[in-house]
Design a protein around this ligand. Structure first.
Ligand SMILES: Nc1nc2c(ncn2[C@@H]2O[C@H](COP(=O)(O)OP(=O)(O)OP(=O)(O)O)[C@@H](O)[C@H]2O)c(=O)[nH]1
Ligand SMILES: [Mg+2]
Length: 364
């Protein structure tokens, strides 16, 4: 039999998590759950009528979770557990470790995308599509010319980057020389001490990640080790290579420069390695020590900040939102909201699928 396990609540930590468990055979699904679940009133799961709620425990080797199970249909159940990541993983693992064919659904339906939305602002776009934006175009396909349809699909695909980042955060590397104030900047942006700040260069070794929301858009900030030649220290040297690859692969980059020292050779090398068109700003930090003198023009957007005084941070975030999201499309704009839709649109433009197949993707 096939057992399908889907998390209905958003991914990550929450107060409560809900897993939907379904399969082809009612008795096999309930027997599978009964291997781990015991109701406090000892009611056997296979006999449970639809819509009955049972409180009990989920037991695996050495661990017990308080859970609630609900039978939604003959072969469909919900398991509600504590929303901590460990509890969810433990229950999922029980169901996916079985010697039956079981899998977790990786779906990009609008409902699943909505669950993954990290912010209300991004969810509004998915909701607009759920209310019928895709289906509108599906219905229009019979009334507009192929040229007009192709034009609309091309326009839709031009929003691919924006659409991808409705569920996936924009990654932003914070890079630069040791002691430039990268970790201080990360902490100033997120408003709490996530990364260790210390006067000694070489403090940050590993990549330190922090999620945040700027103007309603999701970002993952990546603090990195200061870039320098660290051949005599293997751990730091590993950190430097992680820093360089993080800098190269992120959606945007902030090159932090200590204003009292000015641009260093390492900074120039990082600047010259920047991929074409990728948003990058030079963050002239420690302005509290040098006054308001304007920074030299290096040919990149520049923002003056003092991470410790938290001045200039608002300007920096404004630049970041403008450089990544830019002017957001109106909520009425049709977006390539799922991979399925984006792929189908491209395949139709490349004449690899026909109108019927495109319509199916629009209606998914
Ligand atoms: N005056 C002043 N000091 C700052 C500022 N930002 C950081 N510092 C100081 O600079 C030192 C290094 O700061 P960090 O944030 O640890 O620098 P970093 O770039 O993360 O350093 P590494 O992790 O070693 O690469 C600390 O003593 C900070 O307090 C600033 O805006 N003004
Ligand atoms: Mg640091």
């Amino acid at each position: 039999m096939t057992l399908l396990v889907r998390q209905l609540t958003a991914s990550g930590r929450g107060a409560v998590a809900v897993l939907n468990v379904s399969g082809s055979s009612p008795s096999e699904v309930s027997n599978t759950l009964a291997r781990y679940f015991t109701a406090v009133n000892r009611l056997p799961l296979p006999d449970l009528p639809t819509h009955r709620i049972l409180y009990g425990t989920w037991e695996t080797e050495g661990t017990r979770e308080d859970v609630i199970v609900v039978r939604n249909g003959a072969a469909e159940w919900e398991v509600c557990c504590h929303g901590g990541v460990a509890a969810i993983d433990r229950i999922r693992q029980c169901l996916t470790d079985l010697d039956i064919q079981s899998h977790e659904e990786q779906s990009d339906s609008l409902d699943d995308l909505l669950l993954q939305c990290p912010t209300v602002r991004t969810a509004e776009y998915i909701l607009a599509h759920r209310r019928g934006l895709n289906t509108e175009l599906a219905e229009l396909t019979d009334r507009i010319s192929t040229d007009e349809l192709r034009l609309r699909l091309r326009r839709m695909l031009s929003f691919r980057r924006f659409a991808t980042h409705l569920v996936k955060p924009w990654t932003v590397a914070i890079a630069g020389c040791p002691n430039a104030g990268k970790s201080s900047l990360l902490n100033a942006i997120i408003g709490y001490d996530r990364s260790i700040v210390f006067a000694q260069p070489g403090t940050t070794r590993d990549r330190v990640e922090a999620s945040t929301v700027i103007d309603g858009w999701p970002y993952l900030l990546l603090d990195t080790a200061g870039v320098r030649d660290a051949a005599d220290d293997q751990i730091e040297s590993k950190g430097v290579s992680i820093a360089e690859s993080t800098f190269a692969s992120s959606d945007a980059a902030l090159l932090v420069v200590d204003s009292t020292l000015g641009l260093q050779d390492v900074d120039s090398e990082l600047l010259s390695s920047n991929a074409d068109g990728r948003p990058l700003a030079i963050v002239w930090n420690k302005t509290d020590l040098v006054g308001s003198k304007p920074p030299p023009d290096i040919g990149f957007p520049a923002v003056q900040v003092s991470a410790t005084q938290k001045s200039g941070v608002a300007d920096l975030l404004e630049w970041l939102a403008a450089a990544t999201v830019g002017t957001p499309p109106p909520l009425t704009e049709l977006l390539p909201i799922s991979d399925t839709l984006a792929r189908a649109a491209q395949q139709f433009l490349d004449q690899q699928i026909d109108l019927g197949q495109l319509k199916t993707a629009l209606l998914t």
